[in-house]
Design a protein around this ligand. Structure first.
Ligand code: SAM
Length: 297
């Protein structure tokens, strides 16, 4: 049997990085899963070194990891080819798109995959915070397939958005889960399914969140349409940061929010009658809207 303390891994599979789940958190997850043995199916949203580590640690289980970013997908595939050639791991590319659950729209992984077998554990570590409630929708995609006694583990529970996601789940599925928090690494919220219930989409608590998120998504889309590459280049120089990193981040955001160069040109055209100072102030305000929404939580 897998012994956590005996398991040495190459550096590239280390989980103590900004974007990975953390070694201690992983150890806690593995311990919980070992107590549930036999574990047959683990589903992960948001791939990375953790996908390979799960497949190594639970070599008798089938591990499926869903990825929405093609570069991260390529990186995880590369890790898999380098470190793990067994057939118990598959990485699925499903781009971020708008999906509806209970009449609300979510920027999340493309739906439409039917999970035939029951799932023992769902680990939700993606999509990134830029989608706001993208991780909430992951549970809506697979709730019916989760076994009674099965786990739903949400990473980054330190953030206010993830706390809100758990509140929303509990109001959509009243009485369906017990909840525990693990204060390790980025903090985990661990839900155990104790019974299946019919989703209660119109719970007032969740509905008020749906309205505020829909306004936030619209505000971010508009702000992204205002911030152009010339502004980003000046900003990067003024703040002594790498221009390519900032451009990369904004290209990822534009991609997720469906903001095209034509949208940006259209907004620039509308603002061209404003004096240069006012144009700059507007771009500054839009940049701060984006920054505060994603990085102050
Ligand atoms: C949080 S990572 C999942 C990591 C994985 N579960 C692990 O613990 O190894 C999920 C998402 O983060 C984003 N991501 C990963 N690495 C990134 C990086 N270095 N910079 C920006 N985004 C990144 C990608 O969009 C990816 O789909």
């Amino acid at each position: 049997m897998y012994k956590i303390s005996d398991f040495k891994t190459p550096d590239r599979l280390n989980l103590d990085t900004d974007w990975s789940i953390g070694e201690t958190a992983f150890e806690r997850i593995a311990t919980m899963l070992l107590q549930m043995s036999p574990v047959e199916k683990i589903l992960e949203f948001g791939s990375g070194p953790s996908s390979i580590r799960l497949a190594m640690a639970f070599s008798e289980a089938q591990v499926v990891s869903v990825e929405g970013d093609w570069r991260n997908f390529a990186e995880t595939m590369n890790l898999m080819q380098t470190f793990w050639d067994k057939r118990n791991l598959s990485i699925k590319y499903r781009p971020i798109t708008l999906e509806s659950y209970g009449d609300a729209e979510f920027l999340t992984y493309e739906d439409g995959v039917s999970w035939e077998e029951e799932i023992d554990c769902v680990i939700i570590d993606g999509p990134p915070v830029y989608t706001l409630r993208g991780r909430e929708a992951c549970l809506y995609q697979v709730y019916d397939q989760i076994k009674i006694g099965g786990l739903v583990i949400l990473d980054d529970f330190r953030r206010s958005y993830e706390k809100q996601i758990v509140e929303n789940w509990l109001s959509v599925y009243p009485g369906s889960f017990t909840v525990e928090m693990i204060r390790e690494d980025h903090h985990l919220s661990v839900l155990r399914k104790i019974k299946s219930v019919t989703p209660c989409w119109d719970a007032p608590y969740r509905l008020s969140d749906v309205q505020s998120v829909s306004k936030m998504l619209a505000r971010i889309t508009k702000a992204l349409s205002h911030v152009d590459n010339v502004y980003l280049s000046v900003l990067a120089k003024a703040n002594n940061c790498y221009e390519t990193d900032l451009m990369d981040l904004f290209n990822t955001l534009r991609n997720i929010y469906g903001v095209t160069p034509e949208h940006i040109q259209e907004f620039a055209g509308r603002n061209s009658t404003l004096p240069p100072d006012a144009q700059k102030r507007k771009q500054n305000a839009c940049y701060m809207t984006i920054f505060n929404t994603f990085f102050r939580h």
